[in-house]
Design a protein around this ligand. Structure first.
Ligand code: 3HC
Length: 697
């Protein structure tokens, strides 16, 4: 007979073994009713003389995915997770965690406090708290090192790294892999334990395995480089170092305190905001639940250039078949070679097997003929960024594709509305704007045109997810969201340069703020010819000052194309190490002379404010126009696409922390200094400042 302990936890007794089943969709987070149900299940086990073991199993797609993030910041109702875990640990009869899906955070901590863990082969395990700016708070950093060794546990805790069931079984985290039905397998396992007279096992009582104390220093140094600016990874090392040095009970209290402190930290608030914003971004405005994604199996990619190759690789990686279409055998051959090289380097790194590489390449076909596209479900247009060229490709695709096939354009700046309306199938047209290198960059700006059918929007969202990308739906707007905001930062960086700042100063300020690389080092990496071409494309829409601020063109004229020619804004040695270059100073001085600009000392604050606030002001206009549905979408775009430090939550979240009034006052100041056409506060900023509100209310 099934007994309901709480709304989400039920109990069934099979002879002398009880099974507690949790069903708390969507991810079985350890909300109050789950914690109360677990406590009651433990009490039922302890109070029954007939029952000798308990199995904990979850319905739905996963084992507990952790503490309930929605409860964070609110008063917690008892029993707290720590109490439930202490009860599991203290129990005098064996408890078996039966795991499928992902056992994460508090979910893994529950499993660690059980005597035994069995799992299906596809299960994954992790303590990802660090990604939310916090650390395990319910014994994870104490039990995991005891079970699997200090070094592996430290990596999992400080990087939030997941491991699979095979590795977990190898390192002792999992006691058995279940091939059959999970509950049946767990019952069989528990029966064997009982019959063999096996009793309880407590990870809390295991000795700390031996380890090299130098590993903490090495981890700190490596994490400092890889997670620059993040607080929690460094704290994770302190926590584990402490946890293995002092008695369990004392360490347990300190672990809880550390977690609580971090929960109130600005970084954790920012990272938790992004966690929610990323999921919110998948909810597309005006899309009803019946807009089901279409089935996409075969894709055409038109244009074998840099973007086309990267995009083709993304689809191959996700298991789809790709027809790459180009204008010559030579360009197609080069593209195939480039895609093969991506896989060869993955093979060398050990992140791809030879069979998988072969399978991916075998799904790639090359053609020059649109007639070969009759059976594709979706075509990606990724040709040169020129309207006439793209319109011609659209015409050919229209003629060659099935009527129900979707066309997506990868345009960065062109008007998708115009391209769509010239097509026979405007409802089957949308944008999927990838970023270079497409097979690496997470962000995809999905673009809705006014006629895009709801199921087309649902399809491109699901498809981008299938490619492992972070999709954000945006509307019609020149440069969409990411590039449109970036162009304002680029403009200010150039203006600051001609007013007297150096590339090194501006790069130092912006990378000090948290961007992974400064704009000038990035330009040198991308190539000055690329920057000059982007500038030429924007020229018709530039102000007179922007046109005259032609430092990029001067560098190109001097043959300084960036890293590839050994000099751009910086000079590069054979190891591609950058150093400031007197040659650049001369070009800048000549430019200022020709423009009649007397250079001045510019403060770091001015550099940061002008670069950042120009972006935020543009974002406010984007929001007002509806080109982004909500501020969270802009935060996701900038943190996943353009390196805005996630621990600051994205430009909109960060703007609210600064205060919109402060930003408005600075915009007014820079309007007077630089020009109203550049810094006039957006009406939304004016309104929010007057109402003393933020983008998030
Ligand atoms: N609490 C509350 N809700 C959660 C949640 C959690 N821990 N994890 C996920 N959700 C919600 C999501 O917000 C989303 O809600 P929505 O449908 O309303 O948008 C829904 O569950 C589905 O999530 P995903 O879209 O992410 O589903 P996926 O299938 O892609 O991924 C997952 C599932 C791998 C479990 C992923 O959601 C995930 O990584 N979750 C976070 C896990 C985590 O960080 N756990 C640690 C929590 S902190 C902790 O445990 C502290 C402890 O040490 C004391």
């Amino acid at each position: 007979m099934t007994e309901l302990l709480t709304q989400v936890v039920s109990l069934v007794t099979h002879g002398d073994i009880m099974v507690a089943t949790v069903d708390n969709p969507p991810v079985n987070a350890l909300s109050h009713s789950v914690r109360a149900g677990l406590r009651d299940a433990i009490s039922a086990l302890e109070s029954s003389d007939a029952v000798r073991a308990l199995i904990l199993v979850c319905d739905g797609k996963t084992f507990f995915a952790g503490a309930d993030i929605r409860e964070f910041g609110k008063p917690m109702r008892e029993p707290l997770l720590g109490e439930v875990i202490a009860r599991l640990d203290a129990c005098t009869k064996p408890i078996v965690a039966a795991i499928h899906g992902t056992a994460l955070g508090g979910g893994l901590e529950v499993a660690l406090a059980c005597s035994y863990r069995v799992a299906v082969a596809s299960a994954r395990f992790g303590l990802p708290e660090v990604k939310l700016g916090i650390l395990p708070g319910a014994g994870g950093s104490l039990r995991l090192p005891r079970l699997i060794g200090v070094e592996t546990a430290l990596t999992m805790i400080s990087e939030g790294k997941h491991i699979g069931a095979a590795e977990a079984a190898h390192n002792g985290l999992v006691d058995a892999i279940v091939e059959s039905d999970l509950t049946d397998g767990a019952l069989g396992f528990a029966r064997r334990i009982i019959d063999a007279g096996g009793g309880i096992r407590r990870a809390s009582e295991l000795p700390i395995p031996s380890f090299d104390p130098a590993l903490f220093g090495a981890a700190r140094a490596s994490l400092r480089k890889r997670f620059r600016g993040y607080v929690a990874p460094q704290k994770a090392v302190d926590l584990v170092e402490m946890a293995v040095a002092i008695p369990f009970a004392e360490a347990s209290e300190r672990e809880y305190e550390t977690c609580r402190e971090l929960l109130g930290s600005p970084q954790s608030k920012a990272l938790r905001h992004l966690f929610a914003a990323e999921r919110e971004a998948l909810k597309i405005d005006g899309l009803s639940a019946d807009a089901a994604p279409r089935d996409i199996r075969k894709v055409a990619v038109v244009g074998p250039g840099t973007m086309g190759r990267g995009i083709a690789a993304c689809y191959l990686d996700a298991g789809l078949s790709v027809v790459l279409i180009g204008r010559s055998d030579e360009s197609l051959g080069k593209a195939k070679g480039a895609i093969a090289r991506i896989y060869e380097s993955a093979l060398k790194r050990g992140s791809l097997s030879a069979e998988e590489m072969e399978s991916r390449l075998s799904r790639l076909t090359l053609t020059q003929f649109y007639d070969d596209l009759a059976d594709v479900d979706l075509a990606v247009e990724a040709v040169t960024e020129q309207h006439d060229v793209k319109a011609e490709v659209f015409r050919k695709l229209d003629a060659a594709l099935r009527d129900d096939a979707i066309i997506v354009t990868n345009t960065s700046f062109l008007d998708i509305e115009e391209l769509a309306s010239a097509s026979r199938r405007p409802w089957n047209v949308a944008g999927m704007h990838f970023f270079n290198p497409a097979h690496v960059m997470k962000l995809v700006e999905n673009v809705r045109a006014s006629h895009s059918a709801p199921d087309v929007l649902a399809t491109i969202t699901a498809l981008a997810r299938r490619l492992g990308k972070t999709p954000v739906m945006v509307g019609r707007s020149e440069g969409f969201v990411a590039n449109r905001m970036l162009s304002k930062r680029t403009r200010e960086a150039q203006f600051l340069l001609e007013e007297g700042a150096s590339p090194a100063q501006i790069d130092r300020v912006l990378s000090g703020f948290g961007f992974p690389i400064g704009p000038f080092a990035l330009a040198d990496l991308a190539g000055m010819d690329i920057m000059a071409a982007a500038r030429a494309a924007r020229r018709p829409r530039m102000s007179d000052r922007e046109k005259s601020c032609n430092i990029v063109d001067r560098l190109v004229a001097a043959g300084r194309l960036g890293q590839k020619t050994g000099a751009g804004y910086y000079r590069y040695d054979e190891k591609r190490m950058a150093s400031p270059d007197p040659g650049t100073d001369e070009i800048l001085e000549a430019h200022r002379r020709d423009r009649g600009i007397a250079p001045r000392e510019i403060s770091d604050d001015e550099i940061l404010e002008r670069c950042l606030y120009a972006m935020i002001n543009e974002a406010a206009k984007i929001l007002e126009e509806g080109a982004a549905a909500r501020p969270g979408d802009i935060d996701v775009i900038w943190t996943s696409g353009f390196g805005f430090p996630p621990y600051l939550g994205g430009p909109m979240f960060h703007a609210d922390q600064i205060g919109i009034r402060t930003i408005k006052e600075a915009l007014d100041r820079y309007s007077a200094l630089v020009g109203r056409e550049y810094f006039q506060p957006a009406p939304l900023i004016e309104r929010l400042a007057a109402e003393r509100k933020g983008f998030y209310g």
